[in-house]
Design a protein around this ligand. Structure first.
Ligand SMILES: *[C@@H]1O[C@H](CO)[C@@H](O)[C@H](O)[C@H]1NC(C)=O
Ligand SMILES: *[C@@H]1O[C@H](CO)[C@@H](O)[C@H](O)[C@H]1NC(C)=O
Ligand SMILES: *[C@@H]1O[C@H](CO)[C@@H](O)[C@H](O)[C@H]1NC(C)=O
Ligand SMILES: *[C@@H]1O[C@H](CO)[C@@H](O)[C@H](O)[C@H]1NC(C)=O
Ligand SMILES: *[C@@H]1O[C@H](CO)[C@@H](O)[C@H](O)[C@H]1NC(C)=O
Ligand SMILES: *[C@@H]1O[C@H](CO)[C@@H](O)[C@H](O)[C@H]1NC(C)=O
Length: 844
């Protein structure tokens, strides 16, 4: 009855809305700023998400903050700032936090922070009640050590602010001492529509790289997977580092060190691989089909020197051949026929199947080879031995630490804890295969990671080091990396040494190194303790893995150590929770790290539904100047126009694999960007860069100088001063003054003006972050991307024309760090396909 009434009321409200909604309705909950800032130092990534939200209602309102972070990461800080007051989250032991939380719930206070797990991301959400017409800032920090897989590191940044946000940006900075060998930006957010919103650059030293992502609000609704709720997707930054030394990379700072070991100068070790495949009834349909598809591909990838065996099991265990056979053409063909005929049936006898696999490997030992067992299953043991502890004990006893067992759990009906324990007890790892159309690719991907064994029995020693993370690894695979961190005894660098002993193909190898002064990190003070944090992160991760397979006192000791470190470094781990005491009513909320294997939950619904009903339109407070006061523009222009011309200014155009650069004579008024319709940008080029930039959009104009900027349209006149953050928004226009950048969106174009200093002179540098694929775009910044072909003898072919292109360098002023980068230097005419006179204007 009650429900019906409510529905009626809603309906009538809706009707009223339809009739009376003005075209522009401000959002009740307005995310007016959303920034993500990721800093990576030697693979250790610290990411800060800052969301600023305003309650535009004249009553208090619950405001949500919801983000997705990589599973591998630990949250290390969360804070809310409301009306100038800051509320910091505190990391507590899980049980304690739970009590506090239960007490809050029993007092009828709001529910806690719920987490859920996806394939690579987990969710963090919280909410706070914000008073009428007030604002809240949420700031979440998380940390992770990027893992090298298949020859690269992947920094995954998820962006889903739940609204299109005019002041949205992602800034990424990567610092890798031996140099970055390649850098690529991928992910759903870098699809066609958003392609030009991403810019990246690599310093000529290759030690530093920057990636910026500044999509316009319009773009945020148009990209793949995005919609009226704005961006929804990932930015994936993939890179690898150079490895000039086979003995690894050693870095030290503040009494801690980290050693990255990934030698490449070794031959592959032939392997003995046994695949144990579940064909129980539950594998029926797509799962067994995908398994067949993956196995056929994997068999093709086996090397001539490899030996392999195939076991399929339900309640019965069948083998393709009783022994391991060499991966010859003939054998592979037979094995493929066998795989094609695998049919699902029966129950699941994991115990018998794994014991059979171990037996097969042990019966045919081969000198100088590496053995690997891979178990693929989608269910619990239901036949034969079904007690998981006894299965674990049996398997551990027969393997005896001689080779690794990897467990792949297909779908969510597996007892993943059991598989994980069994894998970790036997030097392997467990991986979940998600039931999806790409399950076969997930299986192949996992195989590829372990396909090339380069070393076995790797032992790392560190005279002069203490409190080390794991130092012994059963196998080292091509494309991976071994990372060991520790403390330096007495903080004495002179005595710290590394020594690695391992078995490679038919020989024993050793690698030795000692620290040199250049390994001692010389970085920004705010990052100088990152090695210590990396050490803590790795220690906690490894203790949590080890603890799974331990029992009794040992388990408790490992847990205690992991807990103590989690508390000390404020990591939200499975043993700790973040407690946020909110302003009103002393309400508490708890952030847990969700557990892998829990099905993704969708218990939460408030936000999304709410969001649908918001019409977004910004009405952010503006520092207005007196509208009657005239803007001093004409005189300004004539004054700057008399600057004398000297020399050239070098510009960069993004291109693959190396950027293109060209020189433009200083002293001209240039057309920077124009799409022949609404927007045009012109600039006065002086010795170093621009000294005046004018942006025209319909009837509005923004005049930017290194001193200040003035925006004017028919109604408003707003002044911006560098170093004094402020903003202005009106229909189709958003201007954000940040400390050293002025970020302007007009219509469908977003342009960021950076302020730089060179020999005491301040100058401006415009960066166009977005443009359509409109052929009518002109101006020297209208070329976002240039295609070229490299020809022998320092020549390039650009648009069917051959040009001399010496290797040169330029300063990339598109980034505030202004790094020097390498480029092909081409004549102005070739880069811009036109003469200088095509780009000059008489009036700004
Ligand atoms: C990102 O964070 C780093 C480290 O805190 C800081 O130095 C840098 O200025 C930030 N970058 C931006 C664009 O906010
Ligand atoms: C290791 O991987 C790299 C790149 O993927 C490849 O070039 C190299 O040949 C591989 N090494 C061996 C021994 O297979
Ligand atoms: C998987 O199923 C598809 C159609 O359902 C079939 O065409 C394909 O041959 C099957 N693959 C294998 C390896 O059995
Ligand atoms: C190793 O850790 C212990 C316990 O935290 C500490 O007392 C000791 O000083 C550490 N060793 C070194 C060399 O820093
Ligand atoms: C490698 O070293 C082990 C002992 O450390 C020794 O038993 C083995 O014979 C050595 N192998 C080779 C090929 O030298
Ligand atoms: C380019 O300009 C011409 C002439 O002004 C116009 O007809 C055409 O539609 C424009 N193209 C695009 C893609 O806007």
């Amino acid at each position: 009855m009650e429900r019906a009434t409510i529905r009626l009321t809603l309906l009538s409200l809706l009707l009223i809305c339809v009739i009376s909604t003005p075209i522009k309705k401000p959002r009740d909950v307005d995310i007016y700023s959303f920034h993500i800032n990721s800093t990576v130092n030697s693979r250790y990534a610290i990411t800060v998400i800052t969301s600023r939200v305003a309650n535009r209602l004249s009553e208090s309102k619950e405001i949500h903050f919801q983000v997705k972070i990589p599973k591998n990461a630990f949250i290390s800080k969360f804070r809310m700032t409301i009306e100038g007051k800051t509320y910091d989250g505190v990391v507590k032991k899980k049980e304690e936090a739970q009590q506090q939380y239960s007490a809050a719930v029993s007092r009828g206070e709001s529910a806690g922070i719920v987490g859920s797990v996806g394939r690579t991301l987990e969710e963090f959400k919280t909410s706070v009640t914000v008073a009428a017409l007030s604002k809240v800032t949420f700031e979440l920090t998380y940390e992770e050590l990027l893992k090298r897989r298949l020859g690269k590191y992947k920094l995954q940044i998820n962006a889903q602010p739940m609204q299109p946000v005019a002041d949205f940006k992602i800034d990424v900075y990567i610092n890798e001492n031996p140099g970055i060998s390649f850098l690529e930006v991928q992910g759903g957010l870098k699809t066609q529509e958003l392609f030009n919103a991403v810019i990246s650059t690599l310093a000529d030293s290759t030690k530093e790289a920057w990636v910026n992502f500044y999509p316009t609000r319009e773009q945020q609704t148009k990209c793949e997977g995005c919609g009226e709720n704005g961006l929804n997707g990932d930015l994936l930054i993939e890179y690898d580092v150079k490895r000039p030394k086979q003995n690894g990379e050693l870095r030290a700072s503040n009494g801690y060190f980290v050693h990255y070991f990934a030698p490449t100068d070794i031959q592959q070790i032939p392997k003995n691989m046994v695949f144990i495949i579940d064909r129980s009834g539950s594998m029926h349909g797509r799962k067994i089909n995908q398994t067949r598809t993956a196995m056929l591909k994997i068999l093709e990838d086996l090397g001539q020197d490899d030996y392999f065996g195939l076991i399929i099991f339900d309640s019965e265990v069948d083998v393709w051949k009783a022994e391991l056979l060499q991966a010859t053409k003939q054998n592979l063909k037979q094995a493929k026929d066998f795989v094609k005929n695998i049919k699902d049936r029966g129950a699941t006898d994991i115990n018998a199947a794994v014991l059979k696999g171990v037996d097969m490997i042990k019966r045919y030992p081969r000198e100088g080879s590496a053995s690997i067992l891979i178990l693929l299953t989608d269910g619990d043991p239901t036949s034969g031995e079904t007690n998981t502890e006894r299965i674990q004990a049996n398997v551990k006893a027969v393997i005896g630490g001689k080779f690794p067992l990897y467990c792949l759990g297909f779908g969510f009906d597996v007892n993943f804890d059991f598989l994980e324990k069994m894998a970790l007890e036997n030097d392997g790892v467990a991986r979940r295969i998600y039931e999806d159309s790409d399950a076969d690719l997930q299986l192949q991907g996992f195989y590829e990671e372990v396909a090339t064994t380069l070393l076995t029995d790797v032992q790392l020693k560190y005279p002069g080091g203490a409190n080390l993370t794991q130092t012994s690894f059963r196998q080292y695979y091509n494309g991976s990396e071994i990372v060991v961190a520790g403390q330096i005894t007495d903080n004495s660098l002179e005595t710290l040494q590394t020594e690695v002993i391992a078995i490679s193909k038919n020989t024993n190898v050793t690698y030795q190194d000692s620290i040199s002064t250049k390994d001692v990190i010389d970085i920004l003070p705010q990052h100088e303790n990152f090695i210590q944090r990396l050490w803590a992160y790795l220690t906690v991760k490894q203790l949590l893995e080890k603890e799974v397979a331990l029992k009794g006192i040992e388990k408790e000791a490992a847990q205690k150590k992991a807990l103590d470190l989690s508390l000390k470094y404020e990591f939200v781990t499975p043993l700790t929770s973040m407690v946020v005491t909110k302003p009103q009513e002393e309400e508490t909320q708890v952030a847990h790290k969700p557990k892998e294997g829990e099905k993704p939950t969708t218990t939460y619904h408030g936000l999304k539904d709410d969001m649908h009903s918001y019409d977004y339109e910004m009405s952010y407070s503006v520092a207005r100047m007196d509208p009657l006061k005239p803007v001093p523009r004409p005189t300004f222009i004539t004054q700057t126009a008399v600057i004398q011309t000297v020399g050239n200014v070098r510009f960069l155009i993004s291109a693959q694999p190396k950027q293109i650069c060209y020189d433009t004579p200083a002293g001209h008024k240039l057309r920077l960007f124009s799409d022949n319709s609404d927007i045009s940008i012109n600039g006065q080029l002086s010795d170093n860069g621009f000294t005046l930039v004018a942006i025209h959009y319909k009837t509005a104009k923004l005049l930017v100088s290194p001193a200040e900027s003035v925006y004017s349209d028919g109604e408003n006149s707003v002044k911006f001063v560098w170093g004094q953050p402020s903003s202005h928004e009106s229909e189709n226009i958003a201007i954000f003054q940040r400390s050293n950048e002025l970020d302007i969106t007009m219509g469908s174009v977003r342009v960021v003006l950076l302020i730089h200093k060179n020999r005491g002179d301040d100058f401006l540098w415009p960066v166009v972050h977005q443009q359509g694929k409109d052929p009518n775009i002109t101006g020297i910044l209208g070329k976002a991307d240039l295609q070229y072909e490299e020809l022998p003898g320092s020549k390039l072919k650009i648009k069917d024309q051959e040009v001399e292109a010496p290797q040169s360098s330029a300063i990339d002023y598109r980034f505030s760090a202004a790094p020097r980068v390498n480029c092909w230097l081409v004549p102005f005419q070739s880069a811009l396909q036109g003469e200088l006179s095509d780009f000059t204007v008489s009036q700004l």
